[in-house]
Design a protein around this ligand. Sequence first.
Ligand SMILES: [Zn+2]
Length: 156
Amino acid sequence: MDWKSHAVIGAVASLAAAYLLGVHDILGLGFFLVFGGLAALVPDLDHDASKGRQILDMVAIGFAGSTAYMSGCGNGLCIPPIEKISGMVTALLAMVGIYFLFFKFFKPKHRGITHTLVATAVFGAILSFLTGFTVAIVGAVGYFSHLVADQHIKLV
Ligand SMILES: [Zn+2]
């Protein structure tokens, strides 16, 4: 399945999850639509270098950016207070740094560790640590939709 299909499936699943979690404003739903679409692409960051690589790098940076943004807001959209900005920038740099180090130097095999229930749980746990409950659940739903679409669901 190509990345576009994954993004669409993840976006729809995340939209439904956000709605069920009580997000009913258009702006919030729009954000979670995009966020869920990005989250659904995260499992395939283990792809070999290919023409999709630049897209995935952009996804990683976009995903880190939106997560960093939410880390300043907690559980929804906001204009982050100025004193949260340095923490948000730190979160962004940490995520981008981990991404490049992990995937450039310790590249897991495709459909390996990132395509597991444990990875989904870790992904949700990191999001809940950085942001809040709603973002974590919606992100985990987007991520999990990828494994379902791949029909590749393993525990570890
Ligand atoms: Zn995949």
